[in-house]
Write a protein that binds this ligand. Structure first.
Ligand code: MG
Length: 269
């Protein structure tokens, strides 16, 4: 009788494969059931494990209206005096702008004014109104500016119905970011700016370690969503950071137009 060895060998190989497959299957089932057993035996976290009781956020009393200074704000201008500002040009006091009916009015040619106090990270509220007498257009109409740390301009401009470059209109980070939308009110009406600013950080060698960021709302509408500043505001050329102090005064710009301000407050962060 003649044996067909290749056929027998083939049968043996197939049996080996089946045994191996079976062993792997059993091993896998064992691993899965072990993992399942471990999962079911670990006690679940109680809700209290992710609840914290300290530090307690300080109580702050909000203003009677949302635009009014809360109890922990530093009021820089409340309509009564310019005692918190000096001339940015020569530091002279009082600052050379005028108060009319409780509103601070830019005086053409007198130069920017700046706060006596210095700020780094902060939340700001500023209200401004463009001149009702429409003069000029583009960057020449109702131009002023709010300079964070005296260096980084959030543009103030009557761009309600006046064309200019988009990264120079009201609510822009001047020549860096246009506003997301234009929620301005017209000349004579009050625009509310709410700004959250994180100052840039520099190491001891003066190298930038963290750029400034800013969020801006105009009249409650988001126009700058935590944008990263490229450096100090430049009229010409590319901005570049230069090391500066952790806190610096804010500046209001004299751009030769009688823009009016009221209700300026800040909460250092
Ligand atoms: Mg300006």
């Amino acid at each position: 009788m003649k044996f067909d060895f290749p056929i027998i060998e083939n049968c043996i190989l197939k049996m080996k494969q089946k045994i191996l497959f079976g062993t792997l299957l059993i091993a896998s089932l064992g691993t899965v059931s072990l993992a399942f057993a471990q999962q079911t035996t670990t006690p679940p976290l109680p809700p209290q494990a992710t609840e914290f009781y300290t530090p307690i956020p300080p109580k702050v009393t909000p203003g009677a209206m949302n635009h009014q200074a809360p109890s922990d704000a530093i009021v820089l201008f409340d309509g009564s005096s310019l005692s918190n500002f000096v001339s940015a040009k020569d530091g002279s006091s009082p600052a050379p702008w005028k108060i009319e009916q409780g509103e601070l009015v830019v005086q053409k040619g007198t130069g920017d004014i700046q706060s006596k106090l210095s700020f780094g990270d902060a939340q700001y509220h500023i209200e401004w109104s463009a001149p009702t007498e429409i003069v000029g257009e583009g960057q020449g109409r109702g131009n002023s500016g709010f300079f964070l740390m005296g260096l980084y301009e959030v543009q103030i401009l009557d761009s309600y119905e006046s064309k200019t470059y988009t990264n120079g209109q009201a609510g822009s980070i001047y020549k860096q970011y246009p506003p997301l939308v234009n929620p301005l009110r017209g000349p004579g009406d009050w625009n509310y700016y709410d700004i959250i600013f994180k100052a840039p950080r520099f190491d001891k060698n003066g190298m930038l370690t963290s750029p400034a960021t800013v969020t801006v709302m105009i009249n409650g509408v988001l126009v700058q969503n935590n944008v990263t500043l490229k450096g100090p505001t430049e009229y010409i050329g590319i901005p570049n950071y230069k090391a500066h102090a952790d806190a610096l005064p804010i500046k209001l710009q004299d751009h030769s137009n009688p823009v009016r301000f009221r209700n300026i407050w800040v909460r250092p962060l």
